[in-house]
Design a protein around this ligand. Structure first.
Ligand code: PMV
Length: 332
């Protein structure tokens, strides 16, 4: 039986950057994110006893080599949990620019975790799903639930999980994705963070201060304090990128347009516009602002940079699609 699941991407307000256990993907610090309504991945999984290996098609292209191997390793976890050895046919469609710092691995592994466990006959709680998704890509643990989510650092497989966070009822944020560059990033987050953990003298300070920032962000979300949320988010991103610049060899995901965009964010803020920025493992900038300012800000950035800007609201939790939705998808 084929099961199709949809999971939305998330963007971290307090970043995850660095593992304390690379095997189990236990992070060095807790992280907090907003799930985005505009970007998602649909993934279908069909376990078939006729197959002699897993197969994986991404956006209509049959995958092989490292991409297939990574996925198959993840499927082994699901097989182990379900207690069988059947291979699967996996088909994935990204409604996200793949690997351009718009977090396609988060939605990809969250959708796969849900579709694969259901297709294998497992009915896991969201908490257990976040632990499985975590093993594919750390940030994927935060794409099982919707809205605002915390991934607790934890100390082992059982305690490193994600869950939704309570926020002020009147908190109405938007995340604006400024798409400066569609190309896949040159350095994966996995190797970027491994290099930083191993060589950056700033890394211990980063991990320690992020834990404090995560607690402050929880309080700011609960209080609905936009300025505090924005300030903490922008600082978390800057601290993450500072650890990279202090690695050996030093590296950065920023490009000149990233800096120009940041400059404009600061200039607008100086003029009283409520806007903050965050940046992940790629050159693209995401803006954080109150919903009422989203359209105006998107227009300002489109005019200034001549680049697409996508306005995202908090997105829903991962879910299994109905047969009717799957059919509509197939004909789209
Ligand atoms: O889940 P990964 O291995 O792709 O790492 C994600 C890292 C960042 O996107 C840069 C930060 C985060 O918390 O999502």
């Amino acid at each position: 039986m084929t099961v199709t699941a949809r999971a939305h991407t998330n963007i971290a307000l307090i970043k995850y950057w660095g593992k304390s256990d690379p095997q189990l993907i236990i992070p060095a610090n807790s992280s907090i994110s907003m799930t985005l309504d505009q970007f998602y991945t649909d993934t279908s999984v069909d376990f078939d006893p006729q197959l002699t290996a897993d197969s994986f098609s991404l956006d209509g292209q049959e995958q092989s080599g490292a991409a297939l191997q990574k996925l198959s390793k993840f499927m082994d976890l699901v097989r182990q949990r379900a207690g069988h050895n059947t291979f699967a046919r996996i088909t994935s469609t990204n409604h996200v620019p793949t690997a351009a710092g718009l977090a396609s691995s988060a939605s990809a592994y969250a959708a796969l975790a849900l579709a694969a466990t259901r297709a294998a006959g497992l009915q896991l709680s969201n908490k257990d799903l976040t632990r499985i998704a975590r093993r594919g890509s750390g940030s994927a643990s935060r794409s099982i639930d919707g809205g605002y989510v915390i991934w607790h650092r934890g100390t082992d497989d059982a305690t490193s999980f994600a869950e939704p966070l309570p926020v002020a009822p009147d908190l109405d944020l938007r995340m604006l994705a400024v798409v400066l560059d569609h190309q896949p990033k040159k350095l994966s987050s996995r190797s970027g963070m491994a290099n930083t953990v191993a060589t950056s003298p700033y890394f211990p300070a980063w991990a320690k201060s992020s834990e404090v920032a995560a607690a402050a962000m929880q309080a700011a979300l609960l209080a609905g304090d936009f300025d505090q949320i924005g300030r903490l988010a922008e600082r978390s991103a800057m601290m993450m990128h500072a650890t990279n610049m202090a690695a050996e060899p030093p590296f950065t995901y920023f490009n000149p347009e990233t800096l120009a965009t940041l400059d404009y964010v600061h200039a607008l803020r100086d003029q009283g516009m409520p806007v903050y920025a965050t940046i992940d493992a790629g050159p693209n900038v995401k803006l954080i602002c109150p919903a009422v300012n989203a359209e105006d800000l998107a227009d300002l950035f489109r005019q200034r940079l001549g680049k697409p800007v996508v306005i995202c609201a908090p997105g829903p939790a991962a879910r299994v699609l109905t047969t009717a939705e799957m059919e509509a998808n197939a004909h789209a």
